[in-house]
Write a protein that binds this ligand. Sequence first.
Ligand code: ZN
Length: 132
Amino acid sequence: MLKVEHIGIAVKDLQNSIPLFEKLLNTSCYKTEEVSSEKVNTAFFQKGETKIELLESTSPEGVIAKYVEKKGEGIHHIAFEVADIEAEMKRLVAEGFVLLNEKPKEGADNKLVCFLHPKHTNGVLIELCMEK
Ligand code: ZN
């Protein structure tokens, strides 16, 4: 793992949260993007080397909608950049971690991503991401 690439924050709606985070971080949202396979709209902010990714559900059935319903808005995942996602997935499986997707999948922001089951990471949802 190279660094924390971004922190994902689940929100109820981007319309309220984008201006809030623009004020908080004193920087403009540089990109919004829908990831239809994940049923989310995302919004990105850059601070130094790290990004903040806001996640809004596009469907009441989506994982973010369910998360917000259960736990409320808040930190949803931490994403680490990796140089070789397949090698890192293999390494983590060998260490006993459980992947939520067997193969890297398309994420927001031009990335291949893989999530780790939070049951084996002290309740923290971890994302691996690699620039495509
Ligand atoms: Zn993410």
